[in-house]
Ligand binder design. Structure first.
Ligand SMILES: Cc1ncc(COP(=O)(O)O)c(C=O)c1O
Length: 369
């Protein structure tokens, strides 16, 4: 009898055919490929300042032999206090990316229609496709800001979910009060609006707080936030979803794995919230650096959006894989953008002042080889 080929195993076509997630190169791979040790990791929007010393102290008291709390009770209680939202409307995740997956699993039926923005955060599309949805995308304006009329036109078609990151990853701008108000007025009752605020802490003072704005509506919504960026806990994997109502929170919670947030991540997130002063001072430094780097990029005549995040999206005028190789040869990891229409763009994280100077030198030599 001939042995059946592995290729004959039926797979879920929605999952097997997914486009890959464009993850930033890790430091070990960058060392191998560049032959350099002095890597500046500027592809994944991590915090170059590390994290609060309270986090490292709290991690010393772990009991690795015990399962973590599946309900993340302590973390949700602290978040509830901080945000003024009852804990039963908060779901913690293994990074906010897990919440994107859980939301899609909780809401979408095969054939559903999901909408988002291009260029955008890859998982907003990938997790929808994985659940059998079709995805349509709204473009941005030539000046790299949100195209509010186009978003409104898409919302009027009543997608099952509309994913929107504000501040935008990868572009950088955040919605202002007027833009957000116009968008909220266009959301229909059959649509779940997912406002992904992964970079919320880096916004300007007059930028609206999405959670406050959405709380004042009677729509179905989720606000996503994370400890990976401003709080510097990317490697521990912890983020959360705040939902419009308890029924939605229960469905999202049912769609996650039971022990999704490990014990170290739960302890670290609680400790990080006990030291907001550390986060605020790191964010202030990074915002200052962001403006310095953005000014230097503009002085080179390159186009970049006004960013309210810890990264810049820059049209380097060369194909992004060529730019990526150029930066890697100098020990710098950036993210080459791959979406159609943006394949001469890179996204670069704001690092330490030294890393940023290295990046600017490398950018100058790319612009004028
Ligand atoms: C817009 C946006 N959403 C969600 C995430 C996921 O973050 P995490 O899973 O680390 O919380 C990221 C990470 O880069 C992001 O940029």
């Amino acid at each position: 009898m001939t042995k059946p080929l592995h290729t004959e195993l039926p797979l879920n076509p929605h999952v097997a055919g997914l486009p890959p997630y464009n993850a930033g190169m890790n430091i070990a791979a960058a060392r191998r490929q560049s032959g350099r040790q002095d890597i500046a990791a500027l592809a994944s929007n991590e915090n170059p300042d590390g994290c609060s010393p309270r986090v490292t102290a709290a991690l010393a008291n772990l009991e690795p032999s015990r399962y973590s709390d599946p309900a993340c009770t302590a973390l949700r209680a602290v978040l509830s206090q901080k945000l003024g939202v009852s804990p039963d409307r908060i779901v913690a995740g293994n990074g906010s990316e897990e919440m994107i997956a859980a939301i899609c699993r909780a809401v979408l039926r095969p054939g559903a229609f999901v909408a988002t923005v291009c260029p955008g955060f890859g998982l907003h599309e990938i997790e929808a496709l994985a659940n059998g949805a079709s995805v349509e995308k709204v473009g941005i304006r030539p000046d790299l800001d949100f195209d509010i009329p186009a978003i409104i036109a898409m919302l009027e078609r009543g997608p099952a979910i509309f994913f929107l990151s504000s501040p935008s990853n990868p572009v950088g701008p955040a919605l202002d009060h007027e833009g957000l108000t116009r968008i909220l007025a266009a959301v229909r009752h059959e649509t779940l609006l997912v406002l992904d605020e992964a970079y919320f802490e880096f916004t300007d003072e007059d930028t609206p707080d999405g959670l406050a704005a959405l709380s004042a509506t009677n729509l179905s919504w989720v606000v996503l936030r994370t400890f990976s960026k401003a709080y510097g806990l990317a490697g521990l994997r912890v983020g959360y979803a705040v939902t419009s109502d308890v029924r939605l929170a229960r469905a999202v919670s049912a769609a996650k794995t039971p022990f999704n947030v490990n014990a170290a991540a739960q302890v670290a997130a609680v400790a990080a919230l006990a030291d907001e002063a550390w986060m605020r001072s790191s964010v202030a430094r990074l915002k200052h650096e962001r403006e310095r780097v953005a000014d230097a990029v503009a002085a080179m005549g390159l186009s970049t959006a006004r960013s309210q995040t810890n990264f810049l999206f820059i049209d380097v005028g060369r194909e992004s894989p060529i730019a990526f190789d150029h930066f890697l040869s100098k020990g710098i990891i950036v993210k080459p953008w791959k979406e159609e229409g943006y394949d001469t763009f890179i996204r670069v994280t704001i690092g330490t002042p030294l890393e940023n100077d290295r990046f600017l030198d490398a950018l100058r030599s790319l612009a004028r080889p």
